[in-house]
Design a protein around this ligand. Structure first.
Ligand SMILES: Cc1cc2nc3c(=O)[nH]c(=O)nc-3n(C[C@H](O)[C@H](O)[C@H](O)COP(=O)(O)O)c2cc1C
Length: 393
């Protein structure tokens, strides 16, 4: 796949070079100007890419519409997806001068675990629909760059297979009405060495992702291959995922079953944050599933401060949603997140350039975070605080 893609990119570049040398176009100047604009650029290799958006453009060119819908779709009209992204624009960064930033430490500690960078790969299922190497490629790229990864319940590879390729690996658990199935999933994750289970609590029912649903009906849609769900292959029952009756009582049952740390993924209000603290879980991830489940929610960045305030120092709070730049990570940390997670950016990397693309996305975000930390005069993650932000509006 990458060989073919490489050849295609090579001939595209040759054509562009030829066109650029054409006197007619040179006279017009338009194409040359367009090619000089990073916000329009489509890099030919992962190494060439300067930012996450360039990699997204490559993936959009390469992937088929069903896969693009799978990655981008939000619920209904996509207002939650948009809110997540736009929220970072609500804040300006206050930088401090005359600080020696020759050494910047990006590492942090969450749940007693050391993270080299305060950025994890959020759980995403069915990554083989984006690239044949799927989650295994993602895991290898995350390990090489020192990032922890959260493996989804609905991956194509089993959690044990992913763990062999990954560095630090957490497991994301979907609730199921089938208790033996939950026991099996938790047991597999523990056996694979995952130190944390993240129970997703925003998925008791399925979001209305119309792009995905509509495309699936069109005659052009290729017949969907049967999904290979690695974590279910030895299970005799049907893969029943999502539990409409999941409540705080049932959480007690899950908590009692889990010997490793348990965090809740999907808390977005102070009320639930308080209940979570009382429930004895170990941490929270402020998340709205990247806007894929519910329409018309607040952004996760707007939800973060009240959750952080409600749990105080009792629980670490992570967050995800809309992070595309190092400055976005910086803002989330300043508002109290101990670390952040990304979803779509690394999926674009996987779709654009496979394992190398995932790695490039992680390197870009790390470099961007380090740069803004240096400009802001912050030499460690712990030094980033609310004093580094001011609301624009
Ligand atoms: C294609 C796709 C599949 C996802 N699958 C899962 C999943 O299996 N389990 C889960 O808890 N979250 C899932 N998520 C949500 C992500 O874990 C994460 O919350 C979200 O992508 C963060 O927002 P971002 O994409 O803007 O970075 C998925 C997200 C996407 C885009």
């Amino acid at each position: 796949m990458s060989g073919r893609a490489g050849t295609a990119a090579g001939s595209r570049r040759a054509l562009l070079r030829f066109l650029l040398q054409s006197p007619l176009l040179l006279a017009a100047g338009g194409l040359r100007e367009a090619l000089a604009r990073p916000e329009l650029a489509i890099p030919a290799s992962a190494a060439e890419a300067l930012d996450v958006f360039q990699i997204e453009r490559v993936a959009r060119q390469k992937l088929d519409p069903a896969t693009i819908h799978f990655i981008v779709n939000g619920a209904d009209d996509g207002a939650t997806v948009l809110a997540n992204r736009e929220a970072y624009g609500d804040w300006a960064i206050r930088v401090r001068r005359l600080v020696d930033v020759s050494r910047v430490d990006l590492s942090t500690e969450v749940l007693g675990l050391r993270l080299e960078v305060p950025l994890l790969l959020a759980p995403v299922g069915n990554q083989q629909s984006i690239h044949p190497a799927g989650e295994l490629a993602t895991a290898r790229a995350a390990k090489r760059t020192g990032h922890a990864m959260i493996a989804s319940t609905v991956t194509n590879a089993a959690v044990g297979e992913i763990a062999k390729e990954a560095g630090q690996l957490w497991f994301q658990l979907y609730a199921s009405p089938d208790r033996p199935l939950m026991d099996k999933l938790i047991g597999d994750a523990e056996q694979a060495g995952c130190p944390v289970v993240a129970l997703t609590v925003d998925s008791n029912t399925r979001g209305n992702r119309e792009g995905e649903r509509w495309w699936g009906r069109l005659p052009e849609a290729r017949p969907r291959e049967e999904l290979r769900l690695g974590n279910f292959k030895d299970y005799s029952g049907p893969p029943r995922i999502g539990d409409i009756s999941l409540d705080w009582k049932k959480l007690e049952w899950i908590r009692a079953r889990t010997r490793v740390k348990l965090v809740l993924k999907g808390i977005v209000t102070r009320e639930d944050a308080r209940l979570a603290r009382e429930s004895g879980v170990d941490g929270l991830i402020v998340s709205n599933h990247g806007g894929r489940q519910e329409e018309s929610l607040r952004s996760t960045l707007a939800s973060l401060p009240e959750v952080v305030e409600a749990v105080g120092s009792a629980l670490p709070v992570l967050m995800d949603g809309g992070i595309r730049r190092g400055t976005d990570v910086f803002k989330a940390l300043a508002l109290g997140a101990r670390a952040v997670c990304i979803g779509r950016p690394y999926l674009w990397g996987l779709g654009a350039f496979g394992e190398e693309g995932v790695e490039r996305v992680l390197v870009i975000l790390r470099e961007e975070l380090k740069r803004i930390m240096q400009f802001a005069g912050t030499t460690s993650v712990g030094a980033i605080g609310p004093g580094h932000l001011e609301r624009r509006r």
